[in-house]
Write a protein that binds this ligand. Structure first.
Ligand SMILES: Cc1cc2nc3c(=O)[nH]c(=O)nc-3n(C[C@H](O)[C@H](O)[C@H](O)COP(=O)(O)OP(=O)(O)OC[C@H]3O[C@@H](n4cnc5c(N)ncnc54)[C@H](O)[C@@H]3O)c2cc1C
Length: 405
């Protein structure tokens, strides 16, 4: 899809810029950051300077003013090299910033979006709770209105940027017993857990943000993959959230989160596809270098067929992902397409990385080659922002609704 019908000259220029950055600045440090489970602060600063943390937001809000396809290209290109960097961009932009851009008041946008879009501070999104995962509607966190503020109590788990981030959008029940219509969302702020590093680098913290008393993050999760991404719980103990931090109307929180997740799923499709493409490129190259039985292994039909199958599936995945992004960009309903793209591309990333290790043989199982990291990074794509089973439910629900209509 080099000259895809989806891409303009500008899209190709964005792709080249990210490709150069990912290969030059991310590839040399990805394995070490993964091994140390270290958040890539230095590169986050550079990504902010390149405008990669606010790609689709208007320039007047500090963004790069580019379209959604450009944003998917950025995630996709970054994930070819390192999924942790790619999820940093995706979680920050779609989950942490888009709800404010899409549902915020003019004052909320002015207050928070420039800080996020320029990468000055990182954002996140807190929906998942200990007993509300796939069943996100069973949120137990509560927000009780008391005069000019809400008192927030509860906790969230597995939140990307839970520690390093300063601005979060979280859900809480404002009307118990009203089901999904009783859930609202709020903008909450705290200090980054890496304050010394952020101050040294001049990124990741803003003194003007209120550190809300009682809002804390838990210990960092020790994960299989996405190890350079920061995942933690968020805890709310009698946190006084000013009423002006209510995002959207009371009772709209759940629906708004579901809309945010539709976009998020296209992003995870782009990220998964990037992992598959990265693993494929390594495998193709390796197959032409490795010799066994006196020949390059690429001359064996058994290897050729595997490469041909992966290339075919990647091409299919690209069409699904860019089509879903195109529909979103053109304001068409895209919930089903987003779920299809996410389901297909995340499962493709798993299939491809397993084959990539096989093509690399024993070397693929070691840290000498990046395919084992890619394999570990791929698994979460079948879980985060809705598991594969939930994508199948969303697709089936849409199919049955279309039939009924
Ligand atoms: C690294 C990482 C980052 C994350 N980042 C965020 C974030 O930034 N913000 C956030 O809010 N959340 C985040 N999450 C949470 C993530 O979205 C959830 O883990 C995910 O939605 C699944 O929820 P769960 O873990 O509770 O699994 P469960 O819902 O308990 O699912 C367990 C199993 O049951 C299956 N299952 C559940 N219901 C059904 C059903 N109806 N039909 C068939 N099968 C079903 C699931 O598919 C799964 O296989 C993150 C998770 C991880 C691991």
């Amino acid at each position: 899809m080099e000259d895809s019908l989806y891409f303009s000259e500008q899209h190709l220029a964005v792709r080249n810029m990210v490709r150069e950055f990912a290969r030059g600045e991310v590839a040399p440090v990805a394995a070490e950051l993964d091994a140390k489970a270290e958040f890539p602060w230095a590169n986050v600063k550079k990504m902010g300077e390149l405008g990669l943390l606010g790609i689709p937001w208007p320039e007047e809000l500090g963004g790069a003013g580019l379209d959604l396809l450009s944003y998917m290209i950025v995630i996709n290109e970054m994930a070819k090299i390192d999924a942790s960097h790619a999820i940093t961009i995706s979680a920050h932009t779609t989950l942490g910033t888009s709800p404010i851009v899409n549902f915020g008041t003019a004052a909320q946008k002015k207050r928070y979006v420039p800080l996020l879009a320029t990468g000055k501070v990182l954002g996140g999104f807190g929906l998942t709770e200990p007993s509300a995962g796939s069943d996100a509607a069973s949120t137990r966190s509560t927000a009780v209105r008391k005069g000019s503020h809400y008192v927030l109590n509860g906790s969230k788990i597995f939140i990307t940027h839970g520690g390093v981030g300063e601005i979060f959008i979280v859900t809480a029940v404002t009307e118990p017993g009203a089901g999904t219509k009783g859930i609202s969302s709020f903008i909450v702020t705290k200090e980054s857990s890496d304050l010394d590093k952020t101050k040294r680098l001049g990124i990741g913290h803003d003194d003007s943000l209120t550190s809300m008393r009682g809002f804390t993050s838990g210990k960092k999760e020790d994960k299989l993959g996405w190890r350079a991404s920061d995942t933690r719980s968020l805890v709310f103990e009698d946190v006084e959230v000013p009423a002006e931090n209510l995002l959207g109307e009371e009772g709209e929180g759940f629906n708004n989160f579901m809309r945010t997740l539709d976009s998020g799923r296209v992003g995870i499709a782009a990220l998964s596809l990037g992992i598959a493409e990265g693993a494929f490129e390594h495998s193709l190259r390796y197959s032409t270098l490795r010799k066994q039985f006196g020949q390059r292994i690429s001359s064996f039909q058994g290897i050729q067929f595997q490469l041909a199958d992966i290339a075919t599936e990647i091409e299919a995945g690209k069409h699904l992902m860019f089509h879903a992004a195109w529909m979103a960009q053109n304001k068409q309903p895209f919930s089903k397409q987003a779920a299809i793209a996410k389901l297909y591309c995340s499962e493709l990333a798993m299939r491809t990385t397993i084959k990539a290790i096989q093509i690399h043989g024993g070397y693929g199982y070691t840290k000498e080659y990046p395919v084992e990291r890619m394999f570990r990074d791929a698994k979460i794509c079948e879980i985060g922002e809705g598991t594969s089973e939930i994508q199948r439910l969303v697709i089936a629900r849409n199919l049955l609704k279309e039939l009924a209509d």
